[in-house]
Design a protein around this ligand. Structure first.
Ligand SMILES: *Cc1c(COP(=O)(O)O)cnc(C)c1O
Length: 394
């Protein structure tokens, strides 16, 4: 049997390779940080989701070790059988406090949070209205529910309004959007989305993976940025980006919604509990964020510094209020040559092109971090300028 499948897979892999879409993984021989070891060389990392620079934080590592000493290594259980420890409940409370929501449910990843949120809440009588650039896990989660699906062009409020009008035929309606879209770094206009949702009697859900810890005056996410506390019904998020970069996800929001998810959400009911080390580390992380906004302040300063220097150098950067800077090159091959040349200069960035972004919209995506210092930023900017001149981009 495998002989014919193998032949098929070999051809499939070859076509991926020929299309230039084969994803090769670079091997990092150090911890995740601003400076990493890649291929025997130290390079500056500008493509991690390590927004607050916590992936390698000593206090968090210590908390993870401590939690293993007090609470062991693994849970060997789902939450509702014998997989809930005191610290799981403490972490859920810490997330609720951070977002000012009523309750929180933990998942193994945000992919699971998004995969398990729609099916228990919405049926064929209901409508899910989704932004066209929403994350793959939202798309998959929506597919698992029987609700009627609507899609609007990225952040297009006219199209959203039309969807909402059409969806009046359904029982319940929910608008779902990423908080920050990962390819352009743009923030969803959640103030306007909330206004429309109120006008057309719809719920609002936001995926905060790239917005929590990043946007808003102190990094508290879209609620803080738009001052819309109490107007968003469901937030999903990850512990794998700004919040330490380990693993884990959560859904936080209205009490009854979270309660029902504990009863019916399949990735919660049928998958293992988050291990104590992650939970203990995450508790320390929210304590740190509660004590001080310094990391967020450093991140914002880095973003502003980088953006202003790059714009002054003549680069075309998408306007964004997040820690993602899309340096537009438009041409696919140029984006690859550019990224390769940056690596030669000791800067690790990624070039994205079709189908990850629309045709003719190739770019280098730069992700800033609180872990970057001025020397790192200047080195990156200078490498951009040198490569940009060499490749006639600026
Ligand atoms: C990264 C990401 C996810 C997945 O989060 P994990 O915790 O890594 O599974 C979901 N949604 C968005 C918008 C993301 O950027």
């Amino acid at each position: 049997m495998y002989t014919s499948l193998k032949k098929h897979l070999t051809a499939e892999l070859q076509s991926i390779e020929e299309a230039g879409l084969y994803k090769k993984e670079r091997i990092i021989a150090s911890s995740q940080s601003a400076e990493i070891e890649v291929g025997g060389k130290t390079v500056l990392n500008f493509c991690a989701n390590n927004y607050l620079g916590l992936s390698n934080n000593a206090r968090i590592i210590e908390a993870a070790k401590k939690a293993m000493d007090t609470h062991g290594f693994g849970m060997s259980s789902v939450r509702f059988i014998c997989g809930t420890q005191d610290i799981h409940k403490e972490l859920e409370a810490a997330v609720s406090k951070y977002f000012k929501t009523e309750d929180t449910i933990l998942y193994a990843a945000c992919f699971d949070a998004n995969g398990g949120v729609f099916e228990p809440l919405f049926s064929e009588e209901d409508a899910i209205i989704s932004d066209s650039l929403n994350h793959a896990s939202i798309i998959d989660g929506v597919r698992l529910s029987k609700a009627k699906r609507y899609r609007y062009a990225n952040a297009d409020m006219n199209e959203l309004e039309n969807c909402l009008k059409e969806a009046q035929a359904q029982r319940f309606r929910i608008v779902v959007t990423d908080g920050v879209f990962s390819m352009d770094g743009n923030v969803a206009p959640l103030d306007k989305i909330c206004d429309l949702a109120e006008k057309y009697d719809a719920l609002v859900m936001v995926d905060e993976c790239h917005s929590a810890g990043v946007v808003g005056k102190t990094g508290r996410g879209v609620n803080e940025l738009f001052d819309i506390y109490g107007r968003i019904d469901i937030h999903t998020g990850t512990l794998g980006k700004a919040f330490g970069g380990g693993i884990g996800g959560f859904t936080t929001g209205r009490r009854e919604i979270i309660d029902l998810l504990r009863q019916r959400s399949r990735p919660y009911l049928f998958s293992n509990s988050i291990p104590p080390a992650i939970v203990g580390a995450s508790l320390e992380l929210f304590k740190m964020l509660d004590e001080s906004d310094d990391l967020h302040t450093a991140l914002v300063e880095n973003v502003e510094y980088f953006r202003s220097k790059m714009l002054a150098a003549g680069f075309d950067i998408k306007p964004a209020q997040s820690a993602i800077c899309a340096v537009m090159l438009y041409d696919a091959k140029l984006s690859q040559d550019f990224a390769a040349s940056m690596l030669d200069e000791g800067i690790y960035v990624t070039g994205f092109y079709y189908p990850v972004v629309p045709k003719g919209q190739a770019r280098i995506r730069v992700q800033l971090s609180a872990a970057h210092n001025k020397t790192h930023l200047d080195k990156c900017i200078n490498a951009f300028i040198k490569t940009g001149k060499r490749l006639s981009v600026i």
